[in-house]
Design a protein around this ligand. Sequence first.
Ligand code: GLN
Ligand code: ZN
Length: 765
Amino acid sequence: MTDNPNLGATVLGYPRIGPDRELKRAVESYWAGRIDQAELHRVGRELRVDTWRELAAAGLDTIPSNTFSFYDQMLDTAELFGALPQRFTSLGLSPTDTYFAAARGVQDAPALEMTKWFDTNYHYLVPELTPWTEFSADGGKPLDEYRETRAAGLETRPVLVGPATFLLLSKAGDGAPEGFRPLDLLDGLVPAYAELLGTLHDEGVQWVQLDEPAYAADRTPDELEALARTYQALGSLRRRPKILVAGYFGGLGDALGVLARSPVDAIALDLVTDPSTVDTVAAEGVLRDKEVLAGVVDGRNIWRVDVDVALANAATLLGTAGKVGVSTSCSLLHVPYDVHRESGVDERIRGWLAFARQKLAEVVLIGKALHEGTGVVAEELAAARAVTADRAGAHDLREPRVRARLDALRPEHARRSPYSDRAAAQRGTLNLPPLPSTTIGSFPQTGEVRKARAAHRAGRLDAADYRAAMHAEIEKVVRLQEELGLDVLVHGEPERNDMVQYFAEQLAGFAATEHGWVQSYGSRCVRPPILYGDVSRPAPMTVEWASYAQGLTDRPVKGMLTGPVTILAWSFVRNDQPLAETASQVALAIRDEVHDLESAGIRIIQVDEPALRELLPLRATEHKAYFDWAVRSFRLATSGVADSTQIHTHMCYSEFGDILPAIEAIDADVTSIEAARSRMEVLGDLGTAGFSRGVGPGVYDIHSPRVPDVDEVSALLRTALAAVPADRVWVNPDCGLKTRGYAEVEPALRNIVRAAERVRAEHAG
Ligand code: GLN
Ligand code: ZN
């Protein structure tokens, strides 16, 4: 083995859940007490070794390690540096159980908060730091994994979350004084990283990778200075491996110059999200002394690479940087393992797809073409070009009827009457009391419901019996809501496995995978559908269930749909046209459904957009363009109804800061949001932003098994009334109830209804 080889062809990270979700099964079995710690760690080791072997066999020049995690890499980093909050470390548990306690919470020690990893659908745990946090560093997991790779006869590059990103993504823990920022701890944390790098160096580690994706977002001068200070210090260490800093999910902006001037050895660039970086680097020649990893293979989406675009970008860099290696744009954590297992996907479409395994081959191919010449891999390049050409020429993916409809759209298709006119019309037809109570849509998904769905899917339950089973469940849920005294009812969503997949399966233009799982958080995995062609709605998708429910009761039943932005956010979306165009197509399909629900007598329709914030671009300069298409697609989906039809939307988070203008602009009559935990704080923000429609601040935290009592809910409602006039406040839980059990949901909803009655009476008096 040569000393300090070039990075060559590599990837920034790899899926870790196992091709058949082995990690999920092991971890959940361990939590349930079915396997012991030794078995859990054995499965972890096996998954790691399999991964490294696979990466080596694929022909990569260098291989990452420490990309495995039993739950999350941010939690791993907090643990590695001895920075878990005391409420977990004082429990007297083993290290493994302390780790899981922080991830999932135990009695009296609530879990760390979870939040989205940049603009992806992966969620990380938010470390809590205080001025008294002291960082330590024994070699920990990166060292252990490196030793494992050595024992397996391989050389790897340990991957760490970089110190600046780690602090920028952390939050102030309990007891921290006002004004404390985790970034204030940088000078304590960098020495701990330095010590770790020294340990790894002594062990023989040649390269480490420090991930700094936080710098693909807007950063203050202060935060840029923190980056400079970090890499000046780490780069100047005498005892250290070579350092690769990876910035991904966008261009590095000013951070690129900062890193270029620092004494690190290599920088990984995301050329998929921001290809213009190539020109910046070329024009300014800033990376002349560095090794550069050209991230030309998309780590987040599943389309085969356009080899000519990738090669051109890498070649331009080759002319201006010290050395150039080829890589994925980010970790492959965000894509499934292997497209060859998807025998259910149309063969032609399958040919256009690359999952993690296929992306390894793409990286190796481009690396060879770049360094050994295209002649060496002429055949493979020709095959890759044929795929690109086949997809580009696939005219059957352009539906003339969909295109014609888009062309015919006029501004009035995305516009309703003024809110005051609509509100008056709705008061007339809906006849609701002040502070109307409702739920967000789903009711608990019992074992029976899941069983019926699975049996139907497997062909063991025919259409008529399946329908009867769902009708029975809907009737049960409707009767319960009537008995509880809710004002606006729902059908309960028993037929839905997932709020995006359910629609994707019925829309033209989507394909579903069988094994295409990706990690969402911890042991939770999702299977995003693939949006490959023009989207349209061949037949109604929800009308049958909603109208059955409405037929059972005199109270209004609210129809339930998922909005265009969320459908895009939780799918793998075609990359051959702007997102805005694809969003319009999805919006028209939803618009058709909204129309049919209205025609079937449904007077309230909710279009959920929980992902509106998730897709918000990391850079403020791109916000306006995003809001334009996101808002327009929601309005397109919901503007085809009469004034008297009430449109609701739902978003399950309480931090609205950046998207307040969009919430106003989508022009829904009622917006339900998460607010129970933050004690209605969000209402103040909405008020300040001039929000003037109906709002349902959640009064029941459905993430917790706790049942709120009547006093508590009443107090929350009074707080809400202090910020919003009574004729605009709705009473509802924070989110859907599908993950909870009836034992909690029934008493909780009962208390909500009583609290609404009580506060209504106070208000009338
Ligand atoms: N209507 C959906 C439900 O109640 C909304 C889920 C969500 O916001 N994620 O389950
Ligand atoms: Zn929600």
